[in-house]
Design a binder for this molecule. Structure first.
Ligand code: ZN
Length: 157
């Protein structure tokens, strides 16, 4: 396992559309392991392929319930809403207020290409939406309610 170099806001790769994964090769398994390691090392709660320079529809999340991997995710349902501060490893030191669904149902595959369905509430719902957006080249600042702030100056509304 290895820590991968992060891509930061301004890097054109973050604006590209990621491709579906057709087969989980040993290289992709290694990528997923590296993404977990990188996310942990950076104290993030989510990381998507483009953020480590790989345009594949893969993201990993850990919001405190253990690491979860999502391959070819699809968000089937969104409901409710939550408004709060959101950050991203590709925009270090920044935060903005973003309104997201409070509940999502997501279907994805794990590395064994077993399909699973997960219901996310609150932080998990936020993380799934945020990471999913990365796969379509969208950053949270694009969908934020307000301007990007420095973490130290940010006040929760
Ligand atoms: Zn992000």
């Amino acid at each position: 396992m290895a820590i991968r170099n992060l891509r930061y806001d301004g890097d054109p790769i973050l604006r590209k559309i990621s491709k579906e994964v057709k087969e989980v090769t040993p290289r992709i398994e290694e990528l997923i392991d590296d993404m977990f390691e990188t996310m942990e090392a950076e104290n993030g709660c989510g990381l998507a392929g483009p953020q480590v320079g790989v345009l594949k529809r893969i993201f990993v999340i850990d919001v405190g319930d253990g690491p979860m991997e999502f391959i070819n995710p699809v968000i089937l349902e969104k409901s409710g809403s939550q408004t709060g501060g959101e950050g991203c490893l590709s925009l270090p030191g920044k935060i903005a207020t973003v309104t997201r669904p409070n509940h999502v149902v997501c279907e994805a595959y794990d590395r064994h290409m077993n399909k699973f369905r997960i219901e996310g509430e609150e932080l998990l719902a936020r993380a799934i939406c945020h990471e999913y957006d990365h796969l379509d080249g969208v950053l949270y600042k694009d969908v934020a309610d307000g301007p990007l702030c420095n973490v130290d100056d940010y006040e929760e509304e």
